[in-house]
Design a protein around this ligand. Sequence first.
Ligand code: HEC
Length: 149
Amino acid sequence: MKYFFRLFVSLCCTIFVFSAGAGAGDKEVLKPRVPANQIEEVRTWKNPFPSTPQNIEKGQKVFHSKGFCVTCHGQDGKGLGNIPGLRGKLPRNFTDTTWQAARTDGELFWILKNGSPGTDMASFIPLVLTEEEAWHVLLYVRSFGQSQN
Ligand code: HEC
């Protein structure tokens, strides 16, 4: 019974992924991931590192090496969307400027701490990344939104 339920859920997710996609301006993508009772505080968190070319480069290294973000979000930051075994939602497309504008740095940091529940976006702090590395990788994530569109 449990097995059939899982199958049903994953079928629904697959249908959802194909119908909703991760397109720019997609309403589902813009919905906050941080729970309502935390979001006010989380939005006050600021990146302590300035967005200098050197800091962005440090973030780029994390993205490609120990953070392995590139395996899901892609070289171009658009999210690959065809990863076998992905449960449900597609990796975020970081070049979506509407999505970039909808999130504060604090909300992105919260995601690196907690993951996005129910998706393949896992928690990275503290097991994989230090807080400092996480802030740097977020400078790199932000840079996708500036260089395109
Ligand atoms: C196993 C695949 C996978 C890996 C590896 C991965 N992500 Fe993700 N990521 C996802 C998925 C799937 C989502 C979409 C989750 C959602 O829609 O809630 C996502 C969403 C995000 C978001 C957007 C959350 C929001 O508020 O909309 C950020 C930021 C992010 N990832 C950053 C990273 C960073 C930085 C790394 C590397 C340290 C990374 N991801 C590694 C799969 C991955």
